[in-house]
Design a protein around this ligand. Sequence first.
Ligand code: GDP
Length: 193
Amino acid sequence: MTYTNTFFVKSAAKLSQCPTDILREVAFAGRSNAGKSSALNTLTELKKLARTSKTPGRTQLINFFQVGEAPLALVDLPGYGFAKVPVAVKNEWQKELDHYLNNRDSLVGLVLLMDIRHPLKEFDNAMLDWAGETGMPVHILLTKADKLKRGPAQSTLLKVKKAVADLGDLVTIQTFSSLTGDGMKELKRRLNT
Ligand code: GDP
């Protein structure tokens, strides 16, 4: 499947604003600054599809992207941990995110992005727990792999693999770099299944 004909459909602030619930959707989730926008941009080869920003947490809406004619949507979830947002807004977003994750029939899987230098933070573990409880498949991207030498990158990969081993086939995991394109083929292969 090609991802270069992906286009923006809409932003939703809450579940009721999401597009009709008929496609297969894969949602991209991660802490702010994990490299989510960069990964979506690299995957689709569209530089500005998901806005990349140095300000953590710019993506505060659920953004829907349609992959050409394919019955597949990529969903950019709000980056977790946006520092400059007031607590009340944060809580509201958490509620909407929970609502989306637990009620969206089209959702078939999650791509969970973690900076390879800071994997398995509280948010990541909460998402993995949720996946285990609901049976939602998760594909983990250890992002910015170019920041580590091959040895340390592989040992982090092994460490995280071990940590999620109890979830069995539900979780797959790989290293990834938007900068070098490392891991792109593997990601596409996983999205195509
Ligand atoms: P988001 O908040 O998860 O959407 O993260 P962004 O995609 O905006 O990336 C956050 C920061 O990390 C930006 O400064 C990006 O340039 C940088 N970044 C993202 N992916 C990579 C990568 O693969 N390698 C390197 N070295 N930097 C990256």
